[in-house]
Design a protein around this ligand. Structure first.
Ligand SMILES: NC(=O)c1ccc[n+]([C@@H]2O[C@H](COP(=O)([O-])OP(=O)(O)OC[C@H]3O[C@@H](n4cnc5c(N)ncnc54)[C@H](OP(=O)(O)O)[C@@H]3O)[C@@H](O)[C@H]2O)c1
Length: 269
């Protein structure tokens, strides 16, 4: 019975991982979220899907993560086959600003945005890995999958001239190196660490405002500079998660430490 733990399972890509993985009755799926009160779709799914268990922890709260790991261990007998680090802080308010584009006098806000992104997207993932690693190391599958983003790729960033969304991009680039550090340490133990970008995925919970549509058009225009073949259409969570899971199933220890796309290579779109 393969076991999976997915962080950020309340909505978006994390909820879709939970849906697709729990559709196989043999899988045991642990959905880690911050707040049941704002995860109605997941709560509904778990009410008629016995192989889904909801656990609560903020990824910046190491103690809560350890408690969640103990709960998983109780159910599985001490192991976890797949850890999927999906939760992330995505600043949608100021993602159109460049590092030098914050209004005069708002330098503190720039610092706060960078701190928050690093806190959740880097330190939060490291805490999550540290809390669950003792369980993963007892598995025979041993896969730690971390959802990153193509915007963390320096070559792609330069080719697209993508100077905005800097705190988020910086945090994902730092995250990729953190994953490489784990891969370097655990190569011999056979634990596979992978950073993977899910593509551009529509996870909006409500229809976009006209300003958001304009903002997205600008981003598409930039991203297409480095990916002219791309039709500019975001993937659905269903499409993205299916592709990511195909890659997850195919990676082996020789791929540990890699940073790839949902195509399994460096094609980000
Ligand atoms: N969507 C895309 O186009 C895209 C592109 C590239 C990469 N990604 C990556 O794919 C992953 C999922 O993206 P998404 O679009 O599905 O994001 P999303 O819809 O914004 O969902 C983010 C998830 O992370 C959770 N989360 C945020 N901060 C947390 C914390 N401190 N502790 C625990 N959980 C926390 C949220 O929980 P709450 O519900 O409690 O807020 C939510 O479940 C992220 O790693 C993102 O960076 C997405």
């Amino acid at each position: 019975m393969p076991s999976y733990l997915i962080t950020g399972a309340s909505r978006g890509i994390g909820l879709e991982f939970t849906r697709q993985l729990s559709s196989k009755v043999d899988n045991q799926v642990f959905a880690l979220i911050r707040n049941k009160g704002t995860a109605s779709e997941l709560v509904e799914l778990s009410s008629h899907t016995p192989n889904v268990r909801i656990l609560q922890a903020d990824v910046v709260d190491y103690k809560a993560l350890k408690t969640a790991a103990a709960e998983v261990a109780n159910v599985t007998g001490g192991t976890l086959d797949y850890l999927i680090n999906n939760a992330a802080y995505i600043d949608r308010e100021r993602q159109g600003l460049t590092l030098d584009g914050y209004p005069e006098g708002q330098e503190a806000l720039l610092g706060d945005d960078i701190h928050k992104s690093i806190q959740v997207n880097v330190i939060g993932v490291i805490h999550t890995i540290n809390a669950f690693l003792p369980l993963v190391s007892k598995s025979s599958i041993k896969k730690v999958i971390t959802i990153s983003s193509g915007v963390a790729d320096p070559e792609y960033t330069l080719a697209a001239g993508f100077a905005t969304a800097a705190p988020y991009s910086i945090s994902k680039a730092a995250l990729n190196l953190a994953i490489v550090k784990y891969a370097a340490k655990y190569q011999e133990e056979g634990i596979v660490f992978l950073s993977i970008s899910p593509g551009i995925v529509n996870t909006a919970q409500k229809p976009p405002t006209p300003e958001e549509v304009e903002g997205f058009k600008k981003i598409v225009a930039m991203l297409k500079k480095a990916a002219p073949h791309w039709d500019g259409q975001p993937l659905t969570p269903e499409q993205s998660v299916k592709m990511v899971l195909d890659v997850v199933n195919s990676v082996t220890i020789k791929d540990s430490g890699a940073f790839v796309s949902h195509f399994g290579d460096k094609q980000w779109l």
